[in-house]
Write a protein that binds this ligand. Structure first.
Ligand SMILES: Cc1cc2nc3c(=O)[nH]c(=O)nc-3n(C[C@H](O)[C@H](O)[C@H](O)COP(=O)(O)OP(=O)(O)OC[C@H]3O[C@@H](n4cnc5c(N)ncnc54)[C@H](O)[C@@H]3O)c2cc1C
Length: 452
């Protein structure tokens, strides 16, 4: 596994040379598929409890969503079903540096959802009421108080919803650092090791088949991010999931105009540990249509209606790519997971122009600050925009953890703790019943509470 990155170039997470795994173990108590924050934190919690765990990642640790996100760690605005897990997650982030002995850039610097009018500010009141039920410090602040936190903006906001205890961390550092901690606790972490499929004996899991050989195991967690639906479909498990592309940019270090994370319809911006800003066009969600868009259309109608203003549909190579990908494959031949080691979409030029324009309009004092890096990531979402964490009854020994949508980085450590509990049969105090896969098939209403 690659060592600690010494620079701030986000893309180094996925552009460093990939060394394929060698000498893989022939057995494990538990095999985790996927080296994003969900798989890695699960492996860390498992290893700390003494489980013999092997994690297989087809590309780089944090090479996909977990290394590309905005780095917001917030409870503010969440779906109520995620709140207990998120509060536990914040507690884990808080103690992470001491526990793993590495800095991941975590700081409780607050999150702000701005309001352009008194009416918009008033509309934020409903979540403030929710926060009270959970003893969360969320409150509405007026434009004058907002100016003390967000300095020199050209926008005269009416105010914001503010949660002081929310935080931020550096995605390109966090998941690799937790993976190293998992290794030190005894986990085997294998980047460059695609899992092609599973073997069963008497209808239950008996092994996973990787590109480098077979690992005998009775317990598998599929935490394959944007690939979960495809992986599961190849073994006849239906996991509804779609992808949206997010374009992100990073500025050079600049004047300190804010310390936390600010969401405005025109811009999502957070201060970075290196003194720059991670910026994105907050309200643009690009969905390249694929055959899955049509297969899962009806399940995603509620999310679609909610995001209709922000959604930009397109049709391009993604449709053909998915169409031409086989639905299943022989396990002794290269699989689609080796073909695309890293899902690395191009940032969208028009969105990048919009980010620059809105950054300059909102913070004129940053107009000369160069954007030094840009990238994109495919965000995967479930139909109700909250995770799917479950045991798969039809295939004993197989488990799924996916669907974390645009907010899985922050909740990752709490999810990892809860998932490790599910796999070890141990109580963690975090209720995961709301995240069962069957909610999409048993007639339960599909009701997203938060946006993607
Ligand atoms: C642009 C963007 C902005 C975001 N902003 C935020 C934010 O500010 N705050 C927040 O909380 N969340 C944010 N998110 C969401 C967050 O990044 C994700 O929810 C989270 O990282 C998901 O983690 P994961 O481990 O489930 O998936 P991933 O990080 O995608 O990891 C899955 C891994 O599985 C691997 N894999 C897949 N198939 C196989 C296979 N067959 N064999 C081996 N390995 C396999 C993949 O290569 C991948 O590395 C954002 C996401 C994006 C893209």
């Amino acid at each position: 596994m690659a060592g600690q990155l010494s620079d701030n170039i986000v893309a180094h997470t996925w552009t460093q040379p990939l060394v394929l795994a060698e000498n893989i173990p022939t057995r494990a108590d538990i095999v985790v598929i996927g080296g994003g924050i969900v798989g890695v934190t699960t492996a860390w919690f498992l290893a700390k409890q003494g489980a013999d765990v092997v994690l297989c990642e087809k590309g780089h640790i944090a090479g996909e969503q977990s290394g590309r996100n905005w780095g917001w760690i917030r409870v503010q605005g969440r779906d109520t079903r995620e709140i207990p897990m998120m509060l536990e997650s914040l507690r884990i982030w808080e103690g992470l540096r001491d526990e793993i002995g590495e800095d991941v850039g975590f700081i409780r610097s607050g999150s702000f959802y701005t309001a352009n009018s008194a009416q918009q500010l008033h509309a934020r009141e409903s979540w403030v009421q929710i926060a009270k039920d959970y003893d969360i410090d969320t409150r509405l602040i007026d434009g004058t108080e907002l100016k003390q936190h967000v300095r020199g903006s050209a926008i005269d906001w009416a105010g914001a919803m503010f949660t002081k205890s929310d935080g931020r961390a550096e995605p390109h550092k966090a998941t690799p650092a937790i993976a190293r901690a998992a290794q030190r606790s005894g986990a085997t972490i294998l980047p460059g090791c695609a899992v092609r499929g599973v073997e069963t004996t008497g209808g239950t899991i008996s092994a996973v088949v990787t590109e480098h050989g077979t690992i005998n195991t009775s317990t598998v967690l599929c935490a394959a991010g944007a690939w979960t639906s495809m992986f599961c479909r190849s073994i006849e498990i239906d996991v509804p999931q779609l992808r949206v592309r997010g374009t992100v940019a990073r500025t050079a270090p600049a004047e300190n105009v804010l310390n936390g994370a600010v969401y405005d319809d025109r811009l999502g911006i957070r201060r970075r540990e290196d003194g720059g800003y991670t910026v994105a066009y907050g309200s643009v969600l690009e969905h390249p249509l694929t055959p899955s868009s049509f297969r899962y259309f009806f399940k995603f109608v509620p999310a679609l209606m909610q995001e209709i203003k922000n959604l930009r549909l397109s049709i391009g190579h993604e449709f053909v790519d998915e169409w031409s990908t086989p639905k299943s494959w022989a396990l002794d031949e290269p699989s689609p997971f080796e073909k695309t080691r890293v899902l690395n979409p191009e940032p969208t030029p028009s969105v990048l122009r919009g980010i620059r324009r809105n950054l300059d309009a909102m913070f004129p004092q940053l107009a000369d600050t160069p954007i030094v890096e840009s990238w994109a990531g495919m965000i995967e979402s479930s139909p109700d925009v909250i995770p799917i964490i479950d045991v798969i009854d039809s295939l004993p020994g197989f488990h799924v953890a996916t669907g974390f949508s645009g907010h899985g980085f922050g909740i990752g450590p709490g999810a990892g703790k809860a998932i490790a509990g599910m796999l070890m049969g141990k109580e963690t105090g975090i209720d995961i019943s709301e995240f069962r896969l069957s909610r999409f098939f048993d007639g339960s209403p599909i009701r997203p509470q938060a946006s993607i």
